[in-house]
Design a protein around this ligand. Structure first.
Ligand SMILES: NC(=O)c1ccc[n+]([C@@H]2O[C@H](COP(=O)([O-])OP(=O)(O)OC[C@H]3O[C@@H](n4cnc5c(N)ncnc54)[C@H](O)[C@@H]3O)[C@@H](O)[C@H]2O)c1
Length: 448
């Protein structure tokens, strides 16, 4: 529309029309201010990003499955298509890329995130951010180097629920007294028989070798792809070479509810018990209880943080007055004067019998409540365009997943381990140090 026509039509819409927010014309949503985005993984979880990305320029699509690539191309017909994300990122200058959204399988997340940041690109990465402690550390280090120019967000979109900040306020404001522990749990029990045997050929247009990517070779089996859109990750994420089971899956979402409230730093030690490893060494455990010791910070003493999977929370019988069986994924915060039980959207405060008279606690005035964050994916898009501030950047979420993955290392060695978070080393168990990283197939560079 020409300027004069625009002014005429604006005048016709009357005062309300002229009160359009500036941003509509000149700010974040202005056509000139659109981001050039690459979407990697264009089906399943990738589809959950179509709506919000439609307001940007999706200039590149990448998927190892050409049918899924075609699915994405239907929605974004002008994008250039790729089956290998390395080629896509190497062409970032020609594409004019600004940002990348990663929705591929877990074992590629840290790779793509590093490659993107190393090329000056903003990154949104679906959870989990990494598959090993080392991967989490490399991604976080790259982010910290670039944090004055890049916006990052890990895809724990439940974080947009206002309950996350209500819980944080209750803990910070002392509603349960001095914080002592925060235990998160999840009730999913997904048991897998181990890596699947060779079966059939990958369908035409499905690049199995690229799907395996950096992971050791395993034969193709269609059983890795039976989960349906947005749920297919459950078909492969229990296998060590492809995922970290429920630790990285619902663990990422649920621990986020605790992590947002405790201002956590890397743990000083970790101890984990779970399924008997001899039972099936090829898959991550179904039942798991991981406990981490976190150092004190400016507002609270050292605390214990836990992640309990399967039936563990019920067996522990930790919460007296709340039937945790009715809460699929939740967090129990314990303090000197009571407890707080929360799921993603609701919370229950349980004052202690003797000290919990609540006279010590003053609820915040409405004006002092932490602000709403709005749409989670949009927060990242806006941060890319200026400000760079996101709730789950790769520092916040990187430390959280590093802790969770350290819990799996403690499980594998079957002993309590001490951890130096500055050096990224287990200080009392050489076998555990070997498990902080994994070996990659030739041709795949984590920090490329
Ligand atoms: N935030 C959430 O609530 C949420 C929900 C579901 C899944 N996820 C995450 O999203 C990711 C994808 O999960 P999904 O269930 O959609 O899995 P999926 O197996 O369906 O994979 C999604 C798409 O990525 C493609 N893909 C896989 N590896 C690729 C690669 N190396 N390069 C390019 N494309 C690749 C697949 O072909 C598929 O089209 C997982 O990491 C999962 O943890 C997050």
């Amino acid at each position: 529309m020409k300027r004069r026509e625009f002014l005429k039509s604006a005048a016709l819409t009357g005062a309300a029309g002229l009160l359009l927010p500036r941003t509509t014309l000149f700010g974040a949503d202005a056509p000139s201010n659109k981001l050039n985005v690459a979407l990697i993984g264009t089906w399943g979880r990738g589809e959950a990003h179509f709506g919000v990305l439609a307001s940007e320029n999706v200039v590149a699509l990448c998927d190892v499955n050409e049918d899924h690539l075609a699915f994405g191309a239907k929605r974004f017909p002008n994008a250039k298509t790729y089956v290998d994300w390395r080629k896509c990122l190497d062409e970032h200058k020609a594409l004019g890329l600004n940002a990348v959204v990663i929705c591929s399988a877990d074992h590629t997340h840290a790779f793509i995130a590093n490659w993107a940041m190393n090329r000056g690109l903003h990154v949104y990465c679906e959870k989990p951010l990494a598959n090993t402690v080392e991967e989490a550390r490399v991604v976080r280090a790259n982010y910290l180097k670039n944090k004055n120019k890049l916006a990052t967000q890990v895809g724990t979109q439940r974080h947009e629920h206002e309950n996350f900040n209500r819980v944080r306020e209750l803990i910070l404001d002392g509603a349960i007294g001095t914080l002592e522990s925060a235990f998160a749990w999840g009730n999913r029990k997904i048991s897998r028989p181990g890596y699947l045997p060779a079966k059939g050929e990958p369908p035409n247009g499905f690049n199995w070798d690229l799907w395996l990517g950096p992971s050791p070779f395993h034969p193709y089996n269609p059983g890795y792809f039976v989960g349906g859109p947005g749920m297919n990750c459950l078909s492969w994420n229990m296998h060590w070479d492809f995922g970290s089971g429920q630790v990285g899956d619902m663990g990422s979402h649920t621990m986020d509810l605790a992590w947002n409230a405790v201002d956590g730093e890397l743990p000083t030690s970790a101890e984990t018990v779970g399924d008997n490893q001899d039972f099936n060494p090829e898959v991550t455990p179904v039942q798991l209880a991981a406990v981490f010791w976190l150092p004190a910070n400016a507002w609270r003493p050292a605390i214990k943080v836990g992640w309990f999977q399967g039936d563990v929370i019920h067996e522990m019988g930790l919460v007296k007055y709340v039937d945790c069986k009715k809460i699929d994924h939740g967090v129990l915060f314990s303090g000197s004067k009571g407890e707080l039980v929360a799921d993603f959207t609701t919370r229950a405060l349980l004052p202690a019998e003797r000290d919990g008279d609540l006279s010590y606690y003053k609820p915040r005035a409405k004006e002092a409540l932490l602000p709403k964050m709005g749409n989670f994916q949009k927060q990242w898009l806006n941060a890319c365009k200026g400000g760079l501030k996101t709730a789950c950047n790769f520092d916040y979420a990187g430390k959280m997943i590093e802790m969770m993955l350290l819990g799996l290392v403690a499980y594998r060695v079957g002993k309590k381990i001490s951890y130096d978070g500055t050096a990224g080393q287990v200080t009392d168990n050489p076998e555990a140090n070997e498990l902080l990283s994994r070996k990659y197939r030739e041709g795949w560079t984590l920090n490329g």
